[in-house]
Design a protein around this ligand. Structure first.
Ligand code: GLN
Length: 493
């Protein structure tokens, strides 16, 4: 029999429905894989009993003919989602000991659809990072290694690093991620899986620990485009508890999937050809362009003139919103409290925040507080908001000439742990291709497209019009089918 952990979301759902195996067997196989994979540090909390309970419900549902869309499918949940009664720390010491009395809308939607929970997935602290190295619980190791025999530990990307590693190493068939400025797409690219950030507002942010509220979006990560579509359908939907949630029906994306690109125009933005990017990134982009052509698409060169301002704009707006959102961690309401022996309330705030936040989070709070301060608000935050509007307008104009944009997902393959962690600017540069779509609130997906000379995965990004996840998924499927990416990391963990 095939190893059940090799199966994806659709295959597990169908196999349980058809009686090829039981949901309990699936949950047991993944629970065991999670234990075997502990060396990757992908999970911060394991919840095998929850996976088994959902499996038992799925097996009963099958017997009574009441299967749900995700019955029998166990998932990993990024630790940014509040999970009722299960530790939720967002990768931060300051939330140590916090077990929410409520369930986030997105994880609740998945559970209501029949999914089980394997555990909570490690991540950069408050989702700030591109390598999972800012987690208070230590970095996640990528299951991938370079083929140079050196065995240097590599990052799975971030901030959804635990999510990415878990899917690539077969410790989960699918997971939730979140994406503020690339945190689904870049890790997906680094480990050779698919991931989609939907249009801002498709998924409720209620119960998702806030980083930058105008940018944060939940989305799925899985090994195939179809699995992503299935998971996104279950995650998305209107939620009156989130004022930015879109009151629109959720389309049947998976059923409508089509890889026929005839009649589609794919835009190649010239501003994404930036200096200093390794040749392998240009090459995989060229390959992707050719594959889209083969699939019947028309390729058009387009311009997004404000692209070069996207990264600095993001690194003003995101810290500004973060500094405001993170004010709530004061030692009173959640998790950690450090009470100095002498001193009053202010000393307690200071001691708690000094001990509870890591260096990157402190850096962002300081940048954010600075750009929002009375003397600098106009020069930084207000200016950034205006540039953000121009970036969004670039996309609106470009949709007159094309239906989708195709770019590389990240400017490099996975890098080694420690390689960029002492250089925040180098780390931020990793988000250069991801943040424009975030600032514009557009759906964007990463699909694996090939391996580089070191044997590491490279991903391509598709960006679509607002609410047009279908076209993004369709083009993702076309790339997936034609790129034929089947590489997987050899198990060493
Ligand atoms: N790497 C980016 C940052 O550090 C994006 C993170 C994210 O999307 N959550 O802010």
């Amino acid at each position: 029999m095939t190893d059940l952990t090799d199966l994806g979301v659709a295959a597990i759902r169908d196999g349980v429905r058809d009686g090829a195996f039981s949901a309990r067997e699936v949950a047991e196989a993944f629970n065991a894989a999670v234990v075997r994979g502990r060396g990757l540090n992908a999970y911060t909390v394991e919840t095998p009993e929850r996976a088994l309970a959902a499996a038992a419900a799925a097996d009963e549902a099958r017997a009574s003919g009441a299967l749900k869309p995700l019955s029998g499918v166990p998932l990993g949940i990024k630790d940014l989602f509040a999970t009722q009664g299960v530790a939720t720390t967002a990768g931060s010491r300051i939330l140590g000991g916090f077990a929410p009395p409520y369930e986030s809308t997105v994880s609740g939607n998945l559970l209501r659809a029949g999914a089980g929970m394997l555990g909570k997935l490690n991540m950069d602290e408050f989702a700030m990072g591109s390598s999972n190295e800012t987690s208070a619980w230590g970095p996640v190791l990528s299951p991938w290694r370079r083929n140079d025999g050196g065995n240097a530990p590599l990052t799975p990307g971030g901030s959804s690093g635990g999510s990415a590693a878990a899917v690539a190493a077969r410790l989960a068939p699918g997971v939730t991620g979140t994406d503020t400025g690339g945190s689904i797409r870049q890790p997906a690219a680094f480990v050779g899986i698919a991931g989609i950030k939907p249009t801002y507002g498709r998924c409720s942010r209620w119960g998702m620990v806030a980083f930058a509220s105008s940018l944060d979006q939940a989305g799925p990560m899985a090994r195939t485009v179809r699995d992503c579509a299935i998971l996104l359908e279950a995650m998305a939907g209107f939620d009156p508890k989130d004022s930015t949630s879109l009151d629109l029906p959720v389309p049947a994306w998976a059923a409508a999937l089509s890889s026929d690109m005839r009649g589609k125009r794919i835009g190649i933005p010239r501003e994404y050809r930036i200096e200093g990017v390794p040749a392998e990134i240009d090459e995989v982009w060229e390959t992707g362009i050719q594959l889209m052509r083969d699939a019947g698409a028309e390729i058009v060169e387009v311009s997004l003139p404000h692209t070069r301002y996207a990264l600095p704009t993001y690194y003003i707006i995101a810290p500004a919103e973060a500094s405001s959102n993170l004010a709530r961690y004061d030692g009173v309401r959640y998790g950690l409290r450090v009470q100095p022996e002498q001193g009053g309330l202010t000393d307690m705030y200071e001691a708690t925040r000094a001990a509870g936040f890591g260096a990157e989070v402190k850096r962002r709070i300081m940048i954010g507080t600075y750009v929002l301060s009375a003397g600098f608000y106009d020069a930084y935050f207000n200016r950034a908001q205006k540039v953000r509007a121009l970036i969004a307008r670039d996309f609106e104009r470009v949709w007159e000439r094309c239906d989708l944009i195709l770019t590389p997902t990240a400017p490099s393959a996975a890098f080694a742990l420690g390689e960029k962690s002492n250089d925040p600017i180098a780390m931020y540069l990793n988000d250069v291709f991801a943040v424009p779509a975030s600032l514009a609130g557009l759906p964007a997906m990463s699909v694996p497209a090939g391996l580089n000379a070191e044997g590491l995965p490279l991903g391509l990004q598709l960006v679509g019009k607002a609410l047009d996840e279908q076209s993004v998924l369709d083009a993702g499927l076309a790339l997936e089918e034609r790129a034929g990416f089947t590489a997987r990391p050899e198990a060493w963990w």
